[in-house]
Design a protein around this ligand. Structure first.
Ligand code: G
Ligand code: G
Ligand code: NA
Ligand code: MN
Length: 254
């Protein structure tokens, strides 16, 4: 109950912030985007990771308001970087299944883009298979509308949900994100390597791009590069960064 009251206060008192984890294209090693990841700067406890409050926010429905704040803030910060003349990258935002139950998700995405004068292609939305499968018909219909707005869509944590390939072909997505549980032992576990290669082939056959998350070592990076993975994200390249540090990374071009 205390945590729930805390979440309400956090929204009112502006205690949330976004960090950005760079996404790197494997061919040349350039930063081509970033994933926005929410943090809660609690006045007493200090920094709280999303894993410790997003589940409660989903249960209580507060994720709808928090998610609105995330989308608006991500768009404001995209605009701020463009105004500062930094390399244009696409920024992804995570959506919970619960946010597809709200009435006006498409409208609020459109509004956040318009109010900040941000082109839709610079915003990407990450959705998990599990979130889609909470209500597949409704969610797929909304994803189609979002696609029409022009935002990019990616399927997060791919391989850990329970949707069938029959559903996959109906998701109007641009990118598959290989879950980090497959990437972790990619160089030592033949099954994980086989699954990862199969996902890369599947993505490319469906004309989707593919990104591996949780890349922590040079050996994993080399494996993914050899096997034609398009992009990577992970501690090997960078942890999620405060906006200023992410901007600095774009400025210095590394
Ligand atoms: O940054 P960290 O590894 O602690 O993130 C943990 C989880 O929280 C991840 O699954 C991530 O997708 C989720 N998460 C981070 N930011 C957001 C957000 O803004 N909205 C939602 N719904 N989930 C988020
Ligand atoms: O669930 P989601 O795919 O949104 O996960 C994003 C989370 O993954 C973030 O909380 C981020 O901190 C974490 N993460 C990012 N890179 C790595 C990594 O290389 N290793 C591990 N273990 N976690 C990572
Ligand atoms: Na994500
Ligand atoms: Mn993921």
């Amino acid at each position: 109950l205390e945590l729930e009251a805390g979440l309400h206060r956090a929204l009112e008192q502006h205690e949330f912030l976004l960090h950005y984890q760079p996404k790197v294209e494997l061919e040349r090693g350039r930063v081509i985007g970033g994933e926005a990841l929410i943090r809660w700067r609690h006045p007493v406890i200090g920094m709280i990771a999303p894993g410790d409050f997003i589940p409660l926010a989903e249960e209580t429905g507060l994720i709808v308001q928090i998610g609105e704040w995330v989308i608006e803030t991500a768009c404001q910060q995209i605009k701020a970087r463009q105004t500062a003349g930094l390399a244009e990258v696409s920024i992804s935002v995570n959506l919970s299944g619960r946010q597809f139950q709200q009435e006006n998700l498409v409208q609020l995405v459109k509004q956040a883009l318009a109010q900040n004068d941000v082109a839709a292609q610079h915003l990407e939305l990450e959705v998990t298979e599990s979130a889609i499968m909470q209500n597949p018909e409704r969610t797929i219909a909304i994803l189609r509308e979002l696609k029409e707005v022009g935002v990019k869509l990616s399927l997060d944590d791919f391989g850990t949900g329970y949707s069938s390939l029959n559903y996959l072909k109906r998701f109007p997505i641009d990118t598959l994100k290989i879950d980090r549980s497959f990437v972790r032992d990619i160089t030592s576990n033949p099954e994980d390597a086989a699954i990862t290669n199969a996902v890369i082939s599947l993505a490319h056959s469906l004309k989707l791009s593919v990104i591996a998350e949780g890349v922590e070592t040079e050996a994993q990076l080399e494996y993914l590069r050899r096997n034609q993975c398009d992009q990577m994200q992970g501690f090997h390249f960078s942890r999620p960064l405060p906006p200023e540090d992410f901007a600095e990374m774009l400025r210095s071009g590394r």
